[in-house]
Design a protein around this ligand. Structure first.
Ligand SMILES: [Zn+2]
Length: 206
């Protein structure tokens, strides 16, 4: 839509809008003027009636037009305010920009790039790489309410160690019944079970 067509539409709707009708009939308020081009202006800015999607057309012209370039809320508001006026204009512009599908699809990515799926290295020996998880909040039995599950990634052999939900790394070794001897006490790789994706052992790279 070009400006000439837009202004012709605005003029043709001035008598249908209660605000413009009031100021056309009563020109005691000096902030409103009827100019020689037959437009009604408020403080020099063209009043746009709330009819026939005229306000929407103004935004389409000053935001979506190839020359307008889908600027953000502040620049769009500045551009509209420079020429036009209607009550609640800032809120209208804000809502319009928020709903603009072109703007929302062109938003910059603000988060880190997602990692690629990466195969975990195959363990070279038994109990060299283990998976850990807890089965928690079970009915208490002999002072234990949880089970620490330790799985060897190579053999899939699992150890089920009674423990309690408040266990700490330091407390694990001193808890009665929790001194299950691992074949290798210091495995080179310990992974939480929950991070493993499926049976192939793949996980997301950091
Ligand atoms: Zn936009």
């Amino acid at each position: 839509m070009d400006t000439e067509r837009l202004h012709t539409d605005i003029k043709s709707h001035l008598r249908d809008d209660p605000v413009s009708t009031k100021h056309l009939d009563n020109q005691s308020d000096r902030t409103w003027t009827r100019t020689s081009d037959s437009l009604l202006r408020h403080s020099g800015h063209i009043y746009v009636p709330d009819l026939g999607n005229l306000r929407l057309h103004v935004l389409q012209y000053l935001h979506n037009h190839p020359l307008a370039g889908h600027y953000g809320q502040a620049k769009t508001l500045y551009s509209v305010r420079r020429q036009y006026y209607w009550p609640g204009l800032p809120a209208f512009v804000k809502e319009y920009c928020k709903m603009c599908t072109t703007c929302s699809s062109a938003k910059p990515v603000c988060h880190r790039h997602y990692g690629l799926l990466k195969q975990l290295p195959i363990p070279e020996k038994l109990w060299n790489s283990i998976l850990l998880d807890f089965i928690e909040k079970l009915p208490t039995s002999s002072g234990h309410d949880s089970i620490l599950v330790v799985v060897d990634r190579l053999s899939k052999q699992a150890l089920f160690i009674p423990t309690h939900v408040t266990i700490t790394r330091e407390g694990h070794g001193s808890t009665p019944g929790c001194h299950q001897p691992y074949p290798y006490p210091y495995p080179s790789g310990v992974l939480p079970l929950a991070r493993v994706d499926g049976s192939d052992g793949s996980m997301f790279e950091e």
